[in-house]
Design a protein around this ligand. Structure first.
Ligand code: GLN
Length: 557
């Protein structure tokens, strides 16, 4: 294709209605039409990246191969488009200003007066063009965080205006707008969408497509109303009702012929045959999966007031789903508050018994002390009661602490993250990191992004991956302390995956004869699971869960 095409996605009315999924789905349908698609997320906050944000504030911090800590929408793009992105696909107000200021300091503007407009929007456009080149994209989808009319994304809308003005034939604007319902009949209201379009006008731009998010499908009358009041042709108003699974969204968009609308408007002609068979089969599988598999997640980031912030663990949840669908199971996810299992809590024994009813347990990543003893109790219960267990990062570290304390009899074993004075720091920062920390150099002390590991043949992990060398994504500061590895191994835990120099322990597991599935990884496998290609560790957890459910697994002790 001669020119790269740019699709911008903005939100109207309110946030949290699935703009990320809509953007990913637009990418997916274009990809199914044989186009090379890249995706970019722009977040309007001042944080340079998502690394310093609390998950309860912001949702999960997603990590890409190059170690970029970013918004969870990048995870959606990677999952839907089945490709890896990097820092160049993600920007925030903070990162843009940082670059512009740095360039000014380096005299790169050659003595010019560097004003916010046009230099900030120009930096945004430059980044989008660079990402497009890097990804060899025919089409780049850029999602602008927040909603139109907010002070913080004005400069991004200005970037859209500039690019659209320069290349009207190559730039398209999609507004994802929410239609609330009113009254007992649940009438869909279009007025907020009209206001959102007016806000766009004040930024000098007009939407080409409106995706109408609502609880239900849009009727003809409502479609016509939006088309008329927003000056947009009827076929460009796309109905996007709630769906059972986000993976159905591209298929629903196709029912509305969104792919054709986008390609026609951007003047894209492709003779390639549609490649949507696998995705359609996958979605059919989701609908047909009726038998259940129940997985519990022991965490803490969801206990904020009355809300269960499942956003904090979105990649873990999606990974469970991918694995369950592959096995034709309907995943039921239960949230277990780690603090309930703490011995300090009177009813902790009764709470632990709840684990029995589940087919598998996950202790996901985390930081800090809240809920830690509860997590350790949950690990112990899973180990002693043969409940399939998968520990992710902190969940692996807690598995090692529990095993060290209760099986290897290493007194008061702990991680120095919680108890700096423990006589037995089985989880600790490495000496070279300690030096950085002593200088308060926190930024450089996390192991971030992709690192290689070697797997031991014949182990659960070795067989799950079916290859000796893997690469997985990390985000942590602490490691299994090399001084304790031999003692822990002698007591029966296997470190079946390690860095190629065997300094860093990557996977721990109990042998199959001892436990049906007791595995932990220092890395985050959830960042690499894809709908059509579930992650091997999640898949094995789900398989072990199904065996337990159907009574074909190892019997209770
Ligand atoms: N808090 C632990 C560490 O820093 C684990 C981090 C995580 O689970 N991502 O090592």
């Amino acid at each position: 294709m001669a020119d790269t095409k740019y699709i911008f996605v903005v939100g109207g009315v309110m946030s949290g209605v699935g703009k990320g999924v809509a953007s990913s789905s637009i990418g997916k349908i274009l990809q199914m039409n044989g186009l090379g698609v890249s995706a970019i997320k722009i977040d309007p906050y001042v944080n340079v990246d998502a690394g310093t944000m609390n998950p309860t504030e912001h949702g999960e911090v997603f990590v890409m191969d190059d170690g970029t800590e970013c918004d969870q929408d990048m995870g959606n793009y990677e999952r839907f488009l089945d490709r890896d992105f990097d820092a160049r696909n993600y920007m925030t107000t903070g990162s843009i200003y940082l670059d512009v200021i740095q360039k000014e300091r380096n005299l790169e503007y050659k003595g010019k007066f560097v004003s916010v407009v046009p230099y900030i929007p120009l930096e945004v456009i430059g980044r989008i063009e660079r990402a497009s080149k890097k990804d060899h994209a025919d089409v780049v989808i850029t999602e602008i965080g927040g909603t139109v009319g907010e002070y913080e994304n004005i400069l991004f809308l200005e970037a859209v205006r500039m690019l659209k003005f320069k290349h009207p034939e190559n730039v398209l604007l999609v507004l994802v707008s929410y239609l609330p319902t009113q009254g007992s009949e649940g009438e869909l209201k279009t007025k907020p969408t009209q206001h959102a379009v007016r806000s766009l006008h004040s930024a000098g731009i007009h939407p080409d497509v409106i995706i109408a998010r609502a609880d239900v499908a849009l009727d003809k009358k409502r479609k016509e109303k939006i088309a008329f009041h927003c000056s947009i042709d009827g076929k460009s108003v796309i109905s996007a009702p709630n769906v059972e699974s986000i993976y159905e969204v591209p298929i629903n968009f196709e029912k509305e012929r969104l792919g054709d609308v986008l390609m026609e408007k951007l003047n894209i002609r492709t003779r390639k045959k549609k490649k949507d068979g696998e995705w359609r089969a996958f979605v059919r599988n989701i609908r047909r999966s009726t038998k259940e598999v129940r997985i519990g997640i022991v965490g803490k980031y969801f206990a904020t007031g009355d809300f269960v912030l499942t956003d904090s663990y979105i990649s873990v949840i999606e990974s469970i789903k991918h694995a369950a669908y592959k096995e034709k199971r309907k995943p039921i996810i239960e949230w277990l508050d780690a603090e309930e299992f703490d011995k300090k809590n009177k009813g902790y024994r009764t709470s632990l018994k709840k684990l029995e009813k589940l087919d598998g347990i996950i202790v996901p990543g985390g930081f800090g002390s809240r809920g830690i003893e509860g997590k350790i109790q949950a690990v112990k219960y899973c180990r002693e009661h043969n409940i399939p267990y998968l520990g992710l990062c902190y969940g692996m570290q807690m598995m090692v602490v529990e095993f060290a304390r209760n099986v290897a009899k290493i007194k008061e074993a702990h991680t120095t993250e919680i108890n700096a004075k423990t006589p037995n720091p089985v989880i600790d920062v490495l000496p070279e990191q300690k030096e950085l920390l002593s200088k308060k150099n926190y930024g450089g002390t996390m192991r971030l992004g992709a690192y290689p590991a070697r797997l031991q043949k014949g182990t659960i992990a070795g067989d799950a991956y079916g290859k000796p060398r893997i690469s997985e994504r990390h985000r942590h500061r602490y490691e299994v302390n090399p001084k304790y590895i031999k003692r822990i191994e002698r007591a029966g835990l296997i470190f079946s995956g390690a860095s190629p120099d065997r300094r860093l322990m990557e996977i721990a597991e109990l042998p199959r004869e001892k436990h049906p599935f007791f595995v932990g990884s220092q890395f985050h496998p959830e960042f690499k699971s894809r709908p059509l290609n579930p992650h091997p560790l999640f898949r094995e957890l789900v398989k072990a869960g199904i065996k337990r459910r159907e009574g074909t697994g190892t019997k209770k002790k």
